[in-house]
Design a protein around this ligand. Structure first.
Ligand code: G3H
Ligand code: 13P
Ligand code: NA
Ligand code: ZN
Length: 328
């Protein structure tokens, strides 16, 4: 069944678990996620970015979402817009059947300029005012994603702030978070504490200097009833890096967010955990391997099937680690 983010995260808060939000762009990713969720009786969030919408087409996405809820009627699924950049984008997502939207007002509509307080509160409130009338949930973001090691936004993978950012911008201020939630009435709040999108988050295993989980703890103390969202939460597992590199890939050494840190977040109000990169890596590793081992092969199913299975394994692992398993 299709449910809203608010319904799902309220249940997660009541039962002390987190819900991974996996990005999709195509049928294979949608089926892989649902296979994982249904085999573990887990609710799940499927999210699509603006890039996914232009890749797959809103009508295709809408019918794919309808299809997976028809195939797996027993699994609660929230269909969420990831990183909406303006009220218009959020409204067209709602028209396409999304039950939840992110209005990311931490950046201006160009997706690369850090926004100021009034802009962020203004656009976010516009979206919550409209979306809530139709029973649709809204995620907002306060603070800008980017690296505490370099001070750079995560422009590297195509979106995020350009240029140097201050620690003030890269770390969500807990008192401002309280004010932001009160003024915008968001259902969930994405916060910044040193993660960034893509595979190259940290140059070493992160400690508290570069992954500020203490900020989450402080925000949760001040906002115990607000659902928190961690973006950039791929763990970038070494074994997936190795499969890619052993089969012709060229990923540079890198670290992601350790699952143990996410689990610490879940103890402190984190309810939605955004993961895209890990699944991209899981699929690409298998595609590379099949094509390298079988250069005579040209049937897409021969590499897409193992790619889906690798994505399902990754999704199942996270559903277990976040205690989402068994909550459907
Ligand atoms: O926000 C980042 C997600 O990984 C989506 O990425 O904009 O390339 O689809 P995308
Ligand atoms: P990753 O790049 O770490 O998977 O983050 C995805 C994300 O935050 C989508 O909004
Ligand atoms: Na999102
Ligand atoms: Zn994100």
């Amino acid at each position: 069944a299709r449910i809203t983010l608010r319904q799902l995260l309220d249940h997660a808060a009541e039962h002390d678990y987190g819900v991974p939000a996996f990005n999709i762009n195509n049928m294979e990713q949608a089926l892989a996620i649902m296979d994982a969720a249904s085999s573990l009786d887990a609710p799940v969030i499927i999210q699509a970015s603006r890039g996914a919408r232009s890749y797959a087409n809103d009508i295709m996405l809408k019918h794919m979402m309808d299809a997976v809820t028809e195939i797996y009627p027993q699994i609660p699924v929230c269909v969420h817009l990831d990183h909406g950049n303006g009220p218009d984008t959020c409204m067209t997502a709602i028209q396409a059947g999304f039950t939840s939207v992110m209005m990311d007002g931490s950046l201006k509509a160009d997706g690369k300029t850090a926004a100021d307080w009034n802009y962020n509160v203004g656009v976010t409130k516009t979206v919550t005012d409209m979306a809530h009338l139709g029973g649709i949930s809204v995620e907002g973001e306060l603070g800008v994603l980017g690296s505490l090691e370099t001070g750079m936004g995560d422009k590297e993978d195509g979106h995020g702030a350009e240029g140097k950012l201050s620690h003030d911008q890269l770390l969500t201020n807990p008192d401002e978070a309280v004010k932001f939630v009160k003024e915008t009435k968001v259902d969930a709040l994405a916060i910044a504490m040193g993660t960034s999108h893509g595979a190259y988050k940290f140059t070493r295993k992160p400690d508290g200097d570069i992954l500020a989980m203490n900020v989450i703890e402080e925000i949760h103390r001040k906002l115990p009833n607000t659902h928190l969202v961690m973006h950039g939460s791929s763990s970038v597992p070494q074994d997936l890096q190795d499969i890619i590199n052993a089969n012709g890939g060229k990923m540079k050494p890198t670290w992601g967010v350790p699952v143990a840190e996410i689990q610490r977040g879940i103890k402190n109000g984190v309810r939605k955990i955004n993961i895209d990169t890990d699944n991209r890596m899981a699929m690409t590793g298998q595609i590379r391997k099949v094509l390298k081992d079988n250069p005579e092969e040209f049937d897409p199913r021969k590499y897409l099937k193992p790619a889906m299975e690798a994505m399902t394994r990754l999704c199942k692992q996270r559903l277990q680690e976040f205690n989402t398993a068994g909550q459907a």
